[in-house]
Design a protein around this ligand. Structure first.
Ligand code: NDP
Length: 264
């Protein structure tokens, strides 16, 4: 299927590893030019170079902590100077948390609010003018199954991801008149390097291998009984970013191997 993405420009936050990197690489495979944003400049630049080598598109790594407004401003300037405009934005940077509501500080709440919600708001505000100039665009949020079905140990993650889904819906209503589609993807278990790291530590305590630890998690939670690979999640992003998904506006798609325990 030709997704007709060739030559378009995409920005992926948290694009240097995991889901974001798989999405950036899939976009490049489809012929898109990509900017990958992450705090770590070295890894972002290295991955951008690999994308150039592997797919022959233009790609840059941009160092930016998206939880900070000033850093977003200068990163967006770099992106606009390099590409001259943007067609697709993926607000993907994020991470899990661990706390109780009664014990977590205001500062911790604020950090996750800035990372999961304000970053998406600021990135969208910064890039929508360019999408308007180009007569259209697509903005995709990476939320989580936890926005609908909370995990007990991470109330801040659950709450801020739920807020991100609502922001996405509100923005979609506002900008569809400009031919900009805003959509959310909510993954379940996706096997990123970070999961291997966690499994390496926790499996030792249980006297099992990391692979057994991960298999147990998948079997306990997802009817499909396995994790997704970042690459299979990225396929969906490419479809959503393309004109093949032209009637998809404001929706929040679960990609969770059946983990969500209600109909939706
Ligand atoms: P990873 O931890 O593998 O990668 C996170 C990426 O985000 C890295 O590129 C990291 O680079 C970047 N990042 C982290 N903090 C910031 C920041 N403040 N500013 C800019 N970039 C940042 O994440 P995943 O691929 O696992 O997750 C991606 C998204 O998917 C997240 O929003 C996560 O909540 C969501 N998700 C993941 C699931 C999973 O099972 N993996 C399931 C459901 C949702 P650097 O450290 O250099 O900044």
């Amino acid at each position: 299927m030709d997704l007709k993405l060739k030559g378009k420009v995409a920005v992926v936050t948290g694009g240097s590893v995991g889901i974001g990197l798989a999405v950036a690489r899939k976009f490049a495979e489809e012929g898109m030019n990509v900017a990958i944003m992450a705090r770590g400049a070295e890894r972002a630049t290295e991955e951008a170079k690999k994308i150039v080598d592997d797919y022959g598109v233009k790609a840059i790594g941009v160092a930016c902590d998206v939880s900070k407004a000033q850093e977003i401003d200068s990163a967006v300037k770099t992106i606009m100077d390099t590409f001259g405009g943007v067609d697709v934005l993926v607000n993907n940077a994020g991470t899990g948390s661990e706390e109780t509501v009664m014990e977590a500080s205001d500062e911790k709440w604020q950090y996750y609010w800035d990372l999961h919600v304000m970053a998406a708001i600021r990135m969208s505000r910064a890039l929508i003018p360019s999408m308007k100039e180009r007569k259209g665009g697509v903005i995709i949020q990476t939320a989580s199954i936890c926005a609908k079905q909370p995990l007990w140990y991470e109330p801040i993650y659950n709450t801020t991801k739920a807020a991100l889904v609502m922001f996405s819906k509100c923005l979609s209503n506002e900008v569809i008149k400009d031919n900009i589609r805003v959509v959310t993807v909510s993954p379940g278990l996706v096997l990123t390097p970070d999961w291997w790291k966690t499994a390496g530590i926790l499996s030792e305590k249980e006297g099992i291998t990391p692979k057994e630890y991960l298999d147990n998690i998948a079997k306990e939670n997802a009817p499909i009984q396995r994790f997704a690979s970042p690459e299979e999640i990225a396929e969906f992003y490419a479809f959503i970013a393309s004109e093949k998904a032209s009637y998809s506006v404001g929706s929040n798609y679960s990609l969770d191997g059946g983990w969500l325990r209600v109909i939706d």
